[in-house]
Design a protein around this ligand. Structure first.
Ligand SMILES: NC(=O)c1ccc[n+]([C@@H]2O[C@H](COP(=O)([O-])OP(=O)(O)OC[C@H]3O[C@@H](n4cnc5c(N)ncnc54)[C@H](O)[C@@H]3O)[C@@H](O)[C@H]2O)c1
Length: 349
């Protein structure tokens, strides 16, 4: 194979055409779309013509073509595992779209595939590279907010959704849709230590019978709680991040352009404050006013330089330059384990 990575996309819908072709085109010197495949033959032909590449409506012919090195599986959620396995068996490197699987038993199968085809499976937790997530993670690691006790993650909106994703029989619902992204973020913050999982699913505004509103609490048992909301029935917005620590806090609003922070000067050593149990001295019952608070707003600009469209750049560095891919199959399968625990708590979904 030449230096450029030739790609074949299986499933040319909103993800295949709307996201993968666009994201790949940001790295024109690194990736080339060589073939597309869609079970909808007319769509496959349209897409082949649109992207001037080979097109197929039969997966067997597509996989036998050997026109590519990397296959993107962006089919309906129900088919991901089957299609990923087919593409790996055919000898390709594979990007597996989320949700990897609709239950944990199938999810664990990815670990077997990863062991059987080492270095070939790439799980698409693409929002791991979001600039705001990256920057917030860097701030927490710097320690300026102290010990973090609560992280609120919100992606709320109001959607009377009506596509295949609103039906349970298709593996639809918000838990399978946005859930994998925010559970991945939460697990990163929790360092994969999960002592308890609580989740509540509802259907509020969407059509169909699948959930469109998700509330999750994940705790590490050491004082950190991650509180996730993905509401399809929230007519007013919430901050995307609200993070609270023992020395400060930060907020990021839905535009994700800047980070607002208020924290105690890191140079300042907090001293024990004597407790007075007798008659209170009016309302002066804390040293809050004396603390050297710093309040600032900074632009979202992570030192990592990563952003939501970085997936293909990171993948190229792995496939061509031998760098370690930061998203492991084990991490992605842990997302499915948490998803299943929440689903079990909400048997109606
Ligand atoms: N990572 C992300 O940010 C992200 C974003 C959007 C969607 N997705 C995922 O991508 C998947 C597809 O979602 P979508 O919104 O693009 O759906 P979509 O309905 O817009 O597109 C799916 C396409 O796949 C085709 N298809 C289905 N089964 C096929 C098969 N067996 N072989 C070939 N083609 C097949 C369909 O004809 C359709 O064109 C979903 O599982 C979704 O969760 C991921």
């Amino acid at each position: 194979m030449g230096d450029k990575i030739k790609v074949g996309i299986l499933g040319m819908g909103r993800a295949g055409d709307g996201m993968h072709t666009r994201e790949m085109s940001l790295f024109k010197d690194k990736f080339e779309l060589a073939a597309v495949c869609d079970i909808d033959a007319a769509r496959a032909e349209d897409m082949g013509k649109k992207h001037s590449c080979a097109f197929y409506s039969d997966i067997k012919e597509f996989l036998a073509s050997k026109k590519m090195e990397l296959v993107v599986v962006a089919t309906f959620s129900l088919d991901h595992l089957k299609n990923v396995e087919q593409a790996l068996e055919a000898g390709y490197s594979v990007i597996a779209e989320k949700p990897l699987a609709l239950n944990y038993a199938d999810g664990k199968h990815y670990l077997e595939l990863d062991a059987k085809y080492p270095g070939k499976l790439f799980c698409r937790q693409n929002r791991r590279f979001e600039a705001a997530f990256q920057h917030v993670t860097e701030i927490l690691a710097s320690g300026i907010l102290g010990d973090i006790h609560t992280i609120k993650l919100r992606r709320n909106g109001f959607n009377r959704r009506n596509d295949w994703q609103v039906l349970k029989k298709n593996g639809g619902g918000q838990l399978n849709n946005w859930g994998p992204h925010l559970i991945d973020h939460a697990l990163q913050f929790l360092n994969y230590e999960v002592a308890s999982v609580w989740g509540e699913l509802k259907r509020v505004a969407a059509m169909g019978d699948a959930d469109d509103s998700v509330k999750i609490l994940l705790r590490n048992g050491k004082g950190l709680t991650v509180d996730i909301e993905i509401f399809g029935g929230a007519a007013l917005p919430s901050n995307t991040y609200e993070i609270y620590g023992s020395r400060g806090a930060l907020f990021v609003d839905p535009a994700e352009q800047d980070i607002k922070m208020r924290y105690i000067d890191p140079e300042y050593k907090l001293k024990p404050y004597p407790i007075i149990e007798g008659h209170p001295n009016g309302f002066a019952f804390s040293d809050n006013a004396d603390l050297p608070w710093i309040r600032k707003t900074i632009m979202v600009k992570p030192a990592s330089g990563l952003h939501v469209n970085s997936f293909y750049g990171v993948l190229y560095d792995t496939m061509r330059n031998g760098k370690t891919f930061p998203i492991t199959a084990k991490q992605a399968v842990e997302v499915i384990r948490i998803t299943e625990e929440i689903r079990k708590q909400n048997p109606q979904f």
